[in-house]
Design a protein around this ligand. Sequence first.
Ligand code: ATP
Ligand code: MG
Length: 159
Amino acid sequence: MFKNVLVPYDESEHARSALHLALGMVGDDPEATVHVMTVVSTDIVPPALFSPAETAGVMPINYDAYDSMLSSIVEHAREEMHADVENDLGEDMAKLKCAIKIDAYLAPSPVDGISAYAADHSCDLVVMGRRGLGALRGMLGSVSYGVLRSIDVPVLTVK
Ligand code: ATP
Ligand code: MG
């Protein structure tokens, strides 16, 4: 039934459970794709911090260097995701009939990135952890809450 399933992934145990559930749902369907995607927030390093002299008003921020630094962080995140997912799925990966796409996406925030990715890739289901890597305990993490509020396709949250 679902052909493009998005699993927003932060390497937490909850996100791993979400990935296993998504693959259990559509893993045997050769027409389905599971998109495992992590969002790298553009606010990880504010431009002003990247160019410390700017804070003293001495030097303009070098945006080209800033952009290339962000690109290399995204590329690194993509490689790390590949290794993490391959390691987690092990031999099961070769048995999958569905396609699996592993990606890192640059966006202002995880919620923005997940919504944009889902729209860009026509995702018809989101399967995500109820919680993530955050230290605070509660029912629902802020990313899950934001996605539930902002996305129109069905969202399945997993413990
Ligand atoms: P908080 O971040 O509010 O302190 P938390 O870390 O426990 O709480 P969330 O961040 O909401 O909880 O994580 C819930 C789920 O959202 C994760 O299991 C994962 O599926 C997804 N998620 C969280 N952060 C990202 C991210 N940067 N990129 C992709 N998916 C993410
Ligand atoms: Mg979190």
